[in-house]
Design a binder for this molecule. Structure first.
Ligand code: ARG
Length: 563
């Protein structure tokens, strides 16, 4: 596909002396407004080396462009900028051809031969899978697809919280107040009820805490009864998690939780000791990080038990050895910033230069805005599962109103409701807090998942009803051209999303594309147009449909053909 910066940089660098193609390429910008051209050279930085005022430079280059200018219909020097207007037909032909015929449009092979490990979702066993787990789950899943699309070998890992003192608590709670049938019936919700019950009862009966500690140490020693209960709690929880992942369309290559590293931590502790990094402090083994303005990283408590950080260290070594990753990315809330900074530092102090390839991509809080039916009032957990069901139910109501004869209404409502929730979580940059409001995420006309899905289905319907085939002939209006221009930006946005670990770059892009497409649909009649115009408009529609579908897929949404 044509590269606007490339053709402009070639034209410019062969028109002036002493400024290289690369310098020009890097200076070129895409103007925010189409009136300022398709690509533009700001001459401000050049004015230092060339010792001339920017408008003078722009004017001089313009006067010398001559025949170097074949791709552009028009070139203007305006206030220190040199603005290029591409020949619309040549440009559109090239962009549409790529967007329609290249199955990998927007992707690339920059990641070829490289591996990225993504650690996402990672809920805790026997605890609620709640709305707070949504960002990690959907950001991780989207990055998994984006990296894969950019040629990387992406490996998705669910670092389940399946080890720790809470299992002592669970065992005691179950033995006291639980029974098999109830857990089988109620699943994680019943496990959580028992967990909460324990904490209520321990207020009255503090010795319960010792009992829980006892049972956790039994579990660590391999006591058969304890192991059996633990592994049962785990399978009950996993069944529930997998059901939710299924609804969300989220996948993992490995479910290697914290317990997987039980037999792998000893080696890390030994190595830390050999390297002289372990220090005794009040009986515990720690790595002193005061030189780096951080509290110590605790490796082993005084009673010998290991911690979250110890397991993360062991997991990083295991992953490096097993997958030889080029990058390992962790998606968690920003509350864990310090935890990651600490143990990343420990890896660095151990002398491994791949410590720099460990990346923590944090995100802000997510909540449902108050006053709505799903508020967290009374400290009640907002189960992710309930949010998804409610989204589907609300979408079904909207569909029944808008399109009462639709086939597969229930399934479409599920897809759109789930899409709305995922899209809502991915529409702002990671670090911003997201307050969910049903009116916002389900608005079919707003900047939402349903809006983009709806636009995609509209494009499908246009193509179904067409009486001729899509084929580029000529651009005859601004609205057509603007869709093409938008399509052209897709590869840049996917790349940006990958480089910044921000799926929101793709989310925002598909909103813009959908809006541009809807403007085009509104301004440009298709079926009544003369044949060449009709064919061109169908080609634009087909290209937009494909890119919307791919964009939705990259952020983890489906693209139903009819809604
Ligand atoms: N289980 C943790 C939690 O719910 C998240 C784990 C993130 N991954 C990691 N390797 N530490 O907060």
């Amino acid at each position: 596909m044509i590269d606007l910066k490339d053709v402009a940089a070639k034209a410019i660098s062969s028109s002036i002396n002493g400024v290289s193609y690369e310098t020009v390429y890097d200076l070129l910008e895409f103007p925010p407004d189409a009136k300022l051209g398709d690509v533009s050279l700001p001459c401000f930085k050049l004015s230092k080396t060339m010792r001339k005022a920017p408008p003078v430079i722009a004017g001089e280059i313009l006067s010398r462009l001559g025949d170097n200018n074949e791709f552009f219909d028009k070139t203007e020097a305006v206030g220190g900028y040199l603005n290029f207007f591409i020949s619309r037909d040549k440009f559109a032909e090239s962009v549409l051809d790529d967007a329609i015929n290249n199955e990998n449009y927007g992707g690339s092979d920059v990641g070829k031969g490289k591996t990225v490990v993504l650690d996402y979702s990672s809920p805790n066993i026997a605890k609620p899978f709640h709305i707070g787990h949504l960002p990690s789950t959907v950001i991780g899943n989207s990055l998994y697809r984006i990296y894969g699309y950019m040629g990387y070998k992406a490996i998705g890992v669910n670092h389940l919280g399946d080890w720790g003192t809470q299992f002592g608590t669970m065992i005691v709670a179950y033995k006291r107040w639980g029974n098999k049938a109830e857990v089988e019936k109620g699943g994680v919700k019943e496990l959580v009820r028992l967990y909460v019950k324990f904490h209520q009862e321990e207020e009255k009966e503090p010795s319960l805490r010792d009992e829980a500690r006892y049972w956790f140490s039994e579990l660590e020693k391999g006591n058969e009864e304890a192991r059996k209960l633990w592994s049962w709690f785990k399978s009950v929880s996993l069944e529930e998690f997998k059901r939710v992942y299924n609804i969300l369309g989220v996948e993992f290559d490995y479910y290697t939780g914290e317990s997987f590293y039980n037999d792998k931590m000893g080696a890390v502790v030994d190595e830390l000791r050999e390297k002289g990094l372990l220090v005794k402090s009040e009986g515990a083994d720690i790595v002193d990080l005061s030189a780096y303005d951080m509290p110590p990283c605790i490796i082993r408590k005084a009673d010998g038990s290991t911690l979250y950080a110890t397991r993360d260290l062991a997991a990083a070594f295991y992953r490096k050895k097993t997958f030889d990753f080029d990058k390992c990315i962790y998606l968690t809330a920003s509350q864990q910033n310090l935890h990651f900074k600490q143990w990343f530092k420990v890896v660095e102090l151990m002398g491994y230069d791949w410590a720099k390839n460990l990346v923590h991509a944090p995100f802000g809080m997510i909540s449902l805005s108050s006053g709505e039916s799903m508020s967290t009032r009374h400290g009640v957990t907002v189960w992710l599962d309930d949010v998804l069901s409610q989204a589907a139910a609300k979408t079904l109501e909207i569909i029944k109103e808008k399109n009462p004869d639709m086939e597969n209404m229930e399934s479409v409502a599920r897809q759109m409701g789930t899409g709305a929730v995922i899209f809502g979580a991915l529409s702002t940059s990671r670090i911003k807090d997201v307050a969910f409001s049903w009116d916002d995420v389900l608005n079919f006309d707003g900047e939402t998942g349903p809006y983009v899905q709806y636009t995609h289905a509209r494009a499908c319907s246009i193509l179904r009803k067409a009486d001729t085939s899509p084929e580029f002939k000529k651009i005859t209006s601004d609205a057509e051209y603007r869709v093409v221009r938008q399509l052209y930006e897709f590869p840049d946005k996917v790349k940006l999303a990958m480089e910044t670990n921000e799926p929101s770059a793709v989310t925002r892009y598909i909103i813009d594309l959908a809006q541009e497409f809807n403007r085009f649909y509104h301004d440009c009649p298709i079926n009544s147009a003369e044949d060449d115009v009709k064919k061109t408009r169908l080609a634009i529609t087909l290209a937009a449909k494909k890119v919307l579908c791919k964009g939705l897929w990259l952020i983890g949404l489906t693209a139903p053909e009819r809604v």
